[in-house]
Design a protein around this ligand. Structure first.
Ligand SMILES: C[S@@+](CC[C@H](N)C(=O)[O-])C[C@H]1O[C@@H](n2cnc3c(N)ncnc32)[C@H](O)[C@@H]1O
Length: 251
């Protein structure tokens, strides 16, 4: 296995990427009554339910080291070759990780091999309406198109599944790419950007940030995005996907 990307960019992740309780509630609702849960691409353990039997799988030692004391056990491995037996879990979850997989189809096949159900938090790679990618970082959309399947492709690959919009609260605690849609100045903070892999993966992002800083200073950002300031949550492209394989197995 080549050096996992998060061994280079993951230091300090757990301090800046805390689970958001509203997103946690949506994930928990999707997980339902599943008891044995596999968390694929588990990182430092965000969104792992505390009251279930959880096993985490994560390729990056840097991320595994940041799992807080008392977290679920974690094995080093990848989605494409899950180190667990067939049908050994009620639910496999994969939260904001699929865009990092080297082969998402293989990873999805593995989730279906080991679990009766899947819950995936991902995003629309072609989402047109988030100002950061639309107005400043169009390269991010090109990168996402290359690396991330759309939720519809995920459902199509599974041959079953439902897709729900996951609106992001204006004060989202988990500092991922779309978390600061109503707090644009946050993207100017290098500490904030350090836990958003987009910025590490796009070489031209410094120029985009200069333009954002100028637009915040001269009022252009506020003129273009005034309507957002009245919203308490917003669809910036995140989707919760759930699939139940039990019917497929029965036939
Ligand atoms: C943005 S982090 C999300 C971590 C965690 N799920 C969360 O919600 O905080 C993406 C994670 O995917 C992991 N990852 C990268 N490639 C992977 C692969 N092929 N299989 C499984 N996980 C992978 C990274 O090491 C990283 O921990």
């Amino acid at each position: 296995m080549s050096e996992p990307v998060y061994d280079q960019i993951g230091a300090g992740y757990a301090t800046r990427r805390q689970p958001d309780p509203r997103i946690a509630a949506a994930i928990l609702e999707a997980i339902g009554d599943a008891h044995r849960i596999l968390n694929v691409g588990a990182g430092s353990g965000s969104y792992e339910p505390r009251d279930r039997e959880v096993l985490a799988v994560e390729p990056s030692a840097t991320m595994i080291e940041q799992r807080p004391p008392g977290s679920a056990p974690c094995v080093q491995g990848t989605a494409e070759a899950l180190p667990v037996e067939d049908k050994s879990f009620d639910c496999a979850m994969a939260i904001l990780t699929i865009h990092h997989w080297s082969n998402w189809r293989q990873g999805l096949d593995e989730m279906r091999r080991v679990a009766d159900r899947a819950v995936i938090l991902s995003f629309e790679p072609d989402f047109p309406d988030f100002w950061l990618t639309r107005d400043y970082l169009p390269e991010a959309r090109e990168l996402d198109r290359r690396t991330c399947p759309s939720p519809a492709e995920i459902v199509q690959h599974f041959g079953t599944g439902e897709i729900d919009v996951l609106p992001i609260p204006h004060d989202c605690i988990d500092g991922f790419h779309g978390a600061y849609w109503r707090r644009p100045e946050q993207y100017l903070d290098p500490e904030v950007r350090r836990s958003i892999s987009t910025f590490a993966r796009i070489a031209t992002s410094a120029r985009a940030l200069e333009r954002l800083a100028a637009d915040l200073e001269n009022g252009a950002w506020h003129r273009r995005n005034a309507a957002l300031l009245a919203l308490t949550s917003c669809d910036v492209g995140y989707r919760l996907i759930r699939a139940d394989f039990s019917q497929q197995r029965a036939t």
